[in-house]
Design a binder for this molecule. Structure first.
Ligand SMILES: NC(=O)c1ccc[n+]([C@@H]2O[C@H](COP(=O)([O-])OP(=O)(O)OC[C@H]3O[C@@H](n4cnc5c(N)ncnc54)[C@H](OP(=O)(O)O)[C@@H]3O)[C@@H](O)[C@H]2O)c1
Length: 342
C-alpha cells in the first residue's frame, strides 16, 4: 500500500474506504444484507490489505454508517492505534460547544476514544470558522480529535480555518511562546476525479507546499469511471440525481471510457483502477472510494500498485478534458425527470 506524504502518527493509505454506502439504503439501494454482512466483510478485507484510512460522517444513514463501521472495525480486531479513522460534523450551527458535543457523539457511535481526523462536512455560510475551530482546538487538546479537517472548502476558506485554529491555539495559552506550534487543518475532503479536476487549480499546489492532505471523494464519479454504464440503462438512488448518468452524458463519455479501457488493458487492470491510479498519482492525495462488494474493495486497493506513465496520465487528462457533460441548470429538467421516473 502506498501512503500519503503527510506527518501523521499512523501513515494514511492512499486508497482508503468511503462508507457513505453503509446504512444508506435509500441513497445506494444495497439493502439490509449489505449493512448486516457485506459492509463488515469489506472493512475486514480492507484492514487485511493495509488500508488505514476509513471515512464516515454523522450524516451518513443518520449515524448508521458510524455504528456499522465502528462495530466492523471492532469485530475485525482493528487496533485503533494502527488506523486513521475520519468522521465529519454536519455543520448545522457549528459553534464551539456543538462541535465538541457532536465529536463525542460520533466517537461513541464508532466506539472509539479518538477520531484521528474530524472534518467539517461543508462550509457554513453564516457561521465563521472562528467558533468552529475553537471547538476543534478544545477537542484536540482533550485528545478526542487527532487532526482537524474540513470538506468542500475553497482554498481561501481552508486557509481561514487554519488561521482560526491558530488563533484558538494562542487564546488557549497565555502567551504565544508557551503555546508551541499551532495545529493545522490537515485535510480538505473534496470531490476529485478525472471528471472533477477542480482541486488541481489551488488545493493541490497548497497541499504540496504545506504537506497537507487532499482527500478525494467520489474518485470513481460514483461508479461512472468503471466505464460499464451505458445510456440504455436507468440508474437509481443517488445516481439518478447525478447529471453525469444522464443518457446523453453517458454517450458523450464513450471516448473517455475507451481511453480508460485501453490503458487498463495495457496494465492488465480495470478502468476503475486506472481512474483511481490517476487520482492518487499525487502523494498529497488519498482517495476514498466506496464499495458495494468485497471484490470492488480488493480491486480498488490494488489500484495503489498501479503506476501510470506520464503519457498515460496525459492521455487520460486529455480525454477527460474532451468530455463536456451537460451539468448544472442545463441538466436540471432531465435530472428531475430521471428522479420522478425512478
Ligand atoms: N465530503 C463529502 O461531501 C462527500 C460527498 C460524497 C462522498 N463522500 C465520501 O466519499 C466516498 C466515496 O464517494 P462516492 O461513494 O460518492 O463515490 P465513488 O467512490 O466514486 O463511487 C462508489 C461506487 O462506485 C462503484 N464502485 C466502487 N468500486 C468499484 C469498482 N472497483 N469497479 C466498479 N464499480 C465500483 C460502487 O457502486 P455500484 O457497485 O453500485 O456501481 C460504489 O458504491 C463516500 O463513501 C463518502 O465516504 C464525501
Amino acid at each position: 500500500m502506498r501512503h500519503a506524504h503527510v506527518d501523521t502518527a499512523v501513515p494514511v493509505s492512499q486508497i482508503g474506504l468511503g462508507t457513505w454506502q453503509f446504512g444508506s439504503g435509500r441513497e445506494w439501494g444495497y439493502g439490509p444484507d449489505y449493512d448486516d454482512h457485506e459492509a463488515a466483510a469489506i472493512v475486514r478485507r480492507a484492514l487485511e490489505l493495509g488500508v488505514t484510512l476509513f471515512d464516515t460522517a454523522e450524516i451518513y444513514g443518520r449515524g448508521a454508517s458510524e455504528r456499522i463501521l465502528g462495530s466492523a472495525l471492532r469485530d475485525a480486531g482493528a487496533d485503533p492505534d494502527a488506523i486513521f479513522l475520519a468522521s465529519k460534523l454536519f455543520p448545522l450551527l457549528p459553534v464551539a460547544p456543538v462541535v465538541e458535543q457532536r465529536a463525542i457523539a460520533s466517537a461513541r457511535r464508532l466506539g472509539v476514544r479518538r477520531l484521528d481526523l474530524y472534518q467539517v462536512h461543508q462550509p457554513n455560510p453564516a457561521v465563521s470558522d472562528a467558533t468552529t475551530m475553537r471547538g476543534m482546538h478544545a477537542l484536540i487538546q482533550l485528545g478526542v480529535v487527532g487532526h482537524a479537517g474540513v470538506s468542500n472548502y475553497s482554498l481561501r476558506r481552508w486557509q481561514q480555518a487554519d488561521a482560526a485554529l491558530a488563533v484558538a491555539h494562542r487564546q488557549a495559552h497565555d502567551t504565544a511562546s508557551l503555546a508551541g506550534p499551532a495545529p493545522v487543518v490537515l485535510a480538505n475532503q473534496v470531490q476529485y476525479s478525472l471528471v472533477h479536476r477542480g482541486p488541481e487549480d489551488e488545493l493541490l499546489p497548497f497541499a504540496r507546499r504545506e504537506k497537507r492532505l487532499v482527500i478525494a471523494y467520489s474518485p470513481l464519479a460514483q461508479g461512472l469511471l468503471s466505464a460499464r454504464h451505458t445510456s440504455g440503462e436507468r440508474v437509481g438512488g443517488v445516481r439518478s440525481a447525478n447529471p453525469l448518468f444522464l443518457p446523453e452524458n453517458l454517450d458523450a463519455a464513450r471516448p473517455l471510457f475507451a481511453t480508460l479501457r485501453e490503458i487498463a488493458d495495457a496494465h492488465d487492470a480495470t478502468p476503475a483502477q486506472v481512474a483511481l491510479a490517476w487520482v492518487i498519482r499525487d502523494p498529497q492525495v488519498a482517495a476514498i472510494p466506496g464499495a458495494s462488494s468485497v471484490e470492488q474493495l480488493e480491486s480498488n486497493v490494488a489500484a495503489a500498485e498501479l503506476r501510470l506513465r506520464d503519457d498515460e496520465v496525459a492521455a487520460l487528462t486529455r480525454a477527460a478534458l474532451d468530455f463536456r457533460p451537460v451539468t448544472g441548470w442545463r441538466s436540471a429538467p432531465k435530472v428531475l425527470r430521471s428522479l420522478a421516473g425512478r
